[in-house]
Design a protein around this ligand. Structure first.
Ligand SMILES: Nc1ncnc2c1ncn2[C@@H]1O[C@H](COP(=O)(O)OP(=O)(O)OP(=O)(O)O)[C@@H](O)[C@H]1O
Length: 525
């Protein structure tokens, strides 16, 4: 039986049962070596750090733990319980020269499984320092006016006449599931009622479905239907974030409704635009909060003067999965406590929605076991079997071949620091295919490194230094040009860094798949 006991003073971690090094008993020695290895070597699963042919003694020696042992004995601030105390362990620790001591946290940090020390001084390696960073500037000498680069996006944006909407979607392969068919039938009825000017009983619907249940394809179908039946200006398709809006060929809620303030010319433009609108289709509704919904309602009412009905008579379709990401700085629709009037107003609108459709057939995931785990996860109901299945997918559990498949996958981390570490690791592994060596990496130090510069509001979360290399992947952090899919989250790569006689690169040329044609036209010029 395990008994927890809280010690009167802070102390360092120890392993029980305690084993001392007893030279006459090999088995006891093995226990001691095992304890030391588990204490000082990074590990997750015991079977993985030792194969059956090895002894713990082998491992102990392999990891040079004799030294670690001494280091651990060097803690001056280790709490050694006094003899009368029943705080366990009467082994006295040797104290030696205090000046040469490592701090406790340093030793423990080195022992943790997540140590991700950067051993390579990126940007200062020989390959980085010997690279002629000025060389590529000559290629771009034809651009005497560097403002050509600076104005690249704005120039093309103002001259763009292409339509961002892909209306030629092949629906013939789609075999609608019964829950999808019910949504389509509902919307078709609403369209018929509008066309025949019949009074509508159901105008506001929620389509709730987990990932892969076919919400995006329904949106495509409905918008195609609306374009054909009521005209391409008969609906607004929007989502709360840039990436989610791009995925459905829609707009962001903020760009449509111009939150937070709307006056003068802009108010008139919105009012004009809404005058033809019959349907408001909003995706990823888990990220739309009560306050935002209330503001959408107010905008609709302000625009067409109908203050009686919710959303001023518009048909509203919310799609998404309420269990996915919640709204930022807003109350989710399921919030029990809404503190502001605006939030309470929004919650009453959502409560008045006429119908909810639940999509339950997943069309994306064919692995039934995995699908079941995903469903259980979303219901907070994971069984031990589910957990074991997930555990079998830990990176250390899968074969190297399979692990390699994820080498270029997008990784998610919970802190900026971890993101930075991972990016630095990837950059330091990047190969220059012309030379077969590591690709030269450029380290650019910020001119100002005061703490405010790092804060989002002051300088967009600027880092003290950034590292770049040709062909390194990059991700946009703001919405530059919506119709060309240059939005927060879009991924591209660095093509070149151009100096113009300055310490800092004047231009960083980047390529994004969605504007490849524009990139080429600039180079030809
Ligand atoms: N009835 C169907 N028949 C065949 N394929 C379908 C059907 N419905 C959806 N799909 C396909 O299943 C995949 C997932 O659909 P879709 O992207 O529309 O799901 P979603 O609910 O929007 O997912 P997410 O929430 O992750 O965006 C797509 O490849 C889509 O083409």
């Amino acid at each position: 039986m395990i008994k927890w006991k809280s010690l009167s003073l802070e102390t360092i971690v120890r392993v029980f049962p305690q084993c001392r090094k007893i030279t006459t008993d090999v088995n006891l020695n093995e226990k001691y070596y095992r304890n030391q290895v588990l204490l000082h070597v990074n590990w997750r699963i015991e079977d993985k750090i030792k194969n059956s042919a090895q002894t713990w003694e082998n491992l102990y020696e392999m990891h040079n733990l004799t030294e670690e042992e001494n280091v651990l004995c060097n803690f001056t601030n280790t709490n050694t319980p006094n003899e009368n105390s029943d705080d366990l362990d009467n082994e006295s620790l040797q104290l030696i020269d205090e000046d040469n001591l490592d701090e406790e946290f340093m030793v423990l940090a080195r022992s943790g499984p997540y140590t991700n020390e950067i051993l390579i001084p990126l940007g200062n390696r020989e390959v980085d320092l010997n690279h002629d960073w000025d060389a590529s500037s000559k290629t771009y000498d034809i651009y005497i006016w560097y403002s050509d680069f600076e104005n690249f996006i704005n120039f093309h944006k103002s001259n763009d006449t292409s339509s961002p909407v892909d209306s030629s979607f092949p629906f013939s392969y789609v075999n609608w599931s019964s829950d999808q068919a019910a949504v389509i039938k509902q919307v078709s009825n609403q369209i018929e009622e509008i066309k025949s000017k019949q009074p509508q009983t159901c105008k506001t619907i929620i389509v709730q479905g987990k990932a892969g249940t076919g919400k995006s394809i329904i949106i495509k179908y409905i918008t195609t239907l609306l374009s054909t039946e009521l005209g391409s200006n008969s609906y607004i398709l929007a989502a709360p974030t840039g990436v989610s809006a791009v995925l459905i060929n829609g707009k962001t809620l903020h760009s449509v409704f111009q939150f937070p303030t709307l006056t003068g010319e802009k108010a008139k433009n919105l009012s004009d635009m809404l005058s033809d609108i019959k349907f408001l289709i909003l995706d990823e509704y888990s990220m739309i909060g009560c306050k935002t919904l209330a503001m959408i309602n107010r905008r609709c009412k302000d625009a067409n003067g109908n203050t009686e009905e919710d959303f001023a008579c518009l048909n509203v379709i919310l799609l998404g999965d309420i269990k996915q990401l919640p709204p930022v700085k807003d109350n989710p629709f399921y919030a029990r406590l809404c503190k502001t009037n605006l939030a309470r107003e929004g919650r009453s609108h959502i409560e008045n929605f006429h119908k909810t459709f639940i999509l339950s057939t997943c069309h994306r995931q064919s692995d039934i076991d995995f699908l079941q785990v995903l469903n259980k996860l979303s219901d907070y109901n994971v069984s031990n079997d589910n957990f074991q299945l997930l555990r079998s997918r830990f990176i250390i559990e899968i074969a190297p071949d399979e692990e390699n498949k994820f080498a270029n996958a997008l990784h998610l981390y919970s802190t900026q620091e971890e993101v930075k570490m991972y990016n630095i690791k990837k950059l330091s592994e990047l190969i220059d295919h012309n030379t077969g060596n590591y690709a030269p990496v450029l380290k650019i130090n910020s001119k100002n490194s005061c703490s405010l510069a790092g804060k989002k509001q002051e300088a967009e979360g600027l880092h003290k230094e950034i590292y770049l290399a040709k062909n390194c992947r990059i991700m946009l952090k703001s919405n530059l040009w919506f119709d060309k899919k240059l939005v927060n989250g879009s991924q591209g790569k660095v093509i070149d860094t151009i100096y113009n006689g300055t310490d800092f690169p004047s231009v960083i040329l980047c390529e994004f798949p969605s504007i490849l044609d524009l990139h080429l036209s600039l180079i030809k010029k």
